[in-house]
Design a protein around this ligand. Structure first.
Ligand SMILES: [Zn+2]
Length: 163
């Protein structure tokens, strides 16, 4: 007879490390596993997507694409293999940094009428999230997600950090 093996106990490593979930975004053409790529904006509660840039810094993009005709050229981004690049090809679609549309920021004076309307819809939804208690507003000194270095950097409210 063989002795009954003592069950091995795994060290409780998961308690020491934060859990990271990897997944393939449904809209990803590259099908590359990524972590922390989606989530709500801590300021407005809307879904945002984090993408690395070529210099490995992170950029927060609005999850929807826009036609390039309604987005100023300096705000246009595109994704290639999960990496965010300034829009440079001839496709009529682009992505836009979330900070431009985030209703928690003061609207940029360069917003086109279409982007102003999108931003207004997001502001209404943020108001609903706040009124129903599904979004807790951050204090004005809380850090913001990284954004692109934009020529038309969105203005911030007085007392708010520059996001
Ligand atoms: Zn936001």
């Amino acid at each position: 007879m063989y002795p009954t093996p003592t069950p091995r106990r795994r060290p409780n490593c998961t308690a020491l490390r934060a859990r990271r979930t990897l997944r393939v975004p449904a809209t990803s053409p590259s099908q590359v596993l990524r972590s922390h790529s989606n989530g709500p904006c801590p300021r407005c509660g809307h879904r945002i997507e984090w993408h690395p840039r070529a210099d490995h810094s992170l950029l927060v993009l609005h999850p929807a694409e826009f036609t390039t005709t309604v987005v100023p050229a300096d705000w246009r981004w595109e994704l290639s293999c999960g990496i965010a690049h300034p829009h440079g090809d001839a496709t009529p679609w682009c992505r836009i940094p979330h900070a431009i549309l985030c209703p928690a920021h003061t609207p940029d004076p360069h917003l086109t009428p279409h982007l102003t309307e999108v931003r207004r819809h997001l502001a209404v939804r943020t108001r609903i999230l706040l009124d129903t208690g599904r979004l807790t507003p951050l204090p004005p000194t809380a850090p913001c997600p990284p954004t692109a270095d934009l020529p038309h950097t969105p203005a911030t409210a007085p007392g708010a950090p520059p996001c």
